[in-house]
Design a protein around this ligand. Structure first.
Ligand SMILES: *Cc1c(COP(=O)(O)O)cnc(C)c1O
Length: 421
């Protein structure tokens, strides 16, 4: 195992963005491998929160329009900071609501069923909230039976051709994750979008696990809409405000879930009962934006705009590449299954391993300072994050994993998940 420490040290020496680690708060002797659940706090995110608090302290109500970061325009401002990460124009990206609310908003706005075209393709591996939201919209339309789930052949991944095979004239919409939250598989968004559009189907993606981890070209691909959270790879803090993209070609349809912050800003304070929708992405806001939950993003996103997503992805692939190489070489005898697809085009920013005692392994790792997360029924997700994990962190994570497998300490921990796993 030791020889990998030399490899890791060499990779760290060649790493051009390794210094960004110093911008983050990381506990002593902690190997934080959970940035795809909750990204760590950076000094810049902390500073931007304090700046916004200071605006509240000193400006009171005038903070809405005065100061360096007027709250009235903050949703659009943060949207601009995220535009490069998804490959979209500035006026088509917004920070608003939560991911789940944005799914309700986008799906309800763009789902326009007819007698013969009414089905929505999702997949059987997606995160439950996404399915609940789409199902709820269909139920409200009296089309509860219209959910069509793409099936997985192996229980972990999806085949592009299987999904495309479901696209026919009865399908109105496709809504899929960009990266599957468990296996970390990347779906071919470009190809799926092309296939959907050939059949006249609207297509959207949930970017929760891909934003801040891989580059996207949503505008070039022609994707109709996308949603994402900002507390995973984007490091916006617990419950930070989510993101939404709607292709400009759809803006004239006007948001379904209306509220006064979706109104044209010029007339919003006329307080007229006739809704005057903003003509751009702003119309998808609903009520007063959650300013304090957006504030960390001002700092956190600055880091991404400094580094550039291409460099983040390049390092991320090397981190997961090293992890896969060591797992292959050193972990043959432990009954560990490596679930994540191998190819650089196929794997996102985390690695999923399976073991019958996965909950116990997760608990044992945590007791030794390694923070991964457990996913029922028998999987451990490990996410080495380019901005704040080193190659040495990957080495130590796997060294500790090997130690607990060798000495069997994982068996001393119950194989039960916690309330938040
Ligand atoms: C993290 C995640 C969510 C979370 O949605 P919230 O509304 O922020 O709770 C939803 N969908 C996917 C695929 C996720 O990974």
């Amino acid at each position: 195992m030791e020889k990998w420490l030399e490899t890791a040290k060499q990779y760290d020496a060649e790493d051009h963005i390794g210094n960004y680690k110093n911008e983050f708060y990381i506990g002593e002797n902690l190997y934080y491998m959970d940035g795809n659940s909750l990204g760590l706090m950076s000094r810049r995110a902390e500073a931007s929160v304090l700046d916004v608090l200071d605006d509240w302290k000193t400006l009171g109500i005038d903070g809405w329009t005065e100061g360096e970061r007027p709250w009235f325009y903050m949703s659009e401002r943060i949207g601009e900071l995220m535009a490069g990460l998804i490959g979209a124009d500035k006026g088509s990206v917004l920070a608003a609501n939560s991911t789940t609310v944005n799914i309700h908003q986008a799906v309800r706005t763009l789902y326009r069923p007819t007698g013969s075209r009414y089905k929505v393709i999702v997949d059987e591996l997606n995160f439950p909230s996404d399915i609940y939201a789409v199902q709820a919209v269909l139920d409200d339309y009296g089309r509860g039976d219209a959910l069509l789930k793409a099936e997985s052949r192996d229980g972990h991944t999806l085949e592009t051709e299987d999904i495309i095979g479901l696209m026919d004239e009865s399908v109105a919409m496709v809504f899929l994750p960009s990266i599957l939250y468990r296996s970390g598989q990347i779906l071919d968004m470009e190809r799926l979008t092309e296939a959907a559009h050939e059949k006249g189907i609207i297509i959207g993606f949930d970017l929760c696990h891909s934003i801040g981890a891989i580059p996207h070209e949503l505008k070039d691909w022609g994707v109709d809409f996308a949603v994402w959270c900002t507390y995973k790879h984007l490091n916006g803090g617990p419950g930070s405000v989510a993101g939404l993209y709607v292709h400009p070609g759809h803006h004239r349809k006007h948001a379904s879930l209306k509220g006064w912050f979706g109104n044209n800003k010029e007339t919003q304070f006329d307080m007229d009962h006739a809704f005057d929708p903003a003509e751009d992405i702003s119309q998808y806001q609903i009520g007063t934006p959650h300013i304090l939950s957006m504030a960390p993003l001002l700092g956190a996103l600055e880091i991404f705009n400094d580094v550039g997503i291409a460099k983040v992805r390049e390092k991320s692939l090397r981190l997961t590449g090293l992890m896969l190489e060591v797992l292959d070489a050193e972990f043959k005898e432990y009954g560990i299954e490596i679930v994540t697809p191998r190819g650089a085009d196929a794997r996102g920013g985390h690695v999923l391993i399976g073991h019958e005692h996965a909950a116990g392994i997760t608990a044992a790792l945590k007791s030794r300072g390694v923070i991964p997360d457990f996913r029922a029924p028998g999987y451990v997700r490990i996410a080495p994050v380019a901005l704040y994990n080193s190659f040495e962190d990957v080495y130590h994570t796997l060294r500790i994993l090997k130690e607990i497998m060798d000495d069997g300490t994982y068996k001393k921990f119950g194989n039960q998940r916690g309330v938040v796993a």
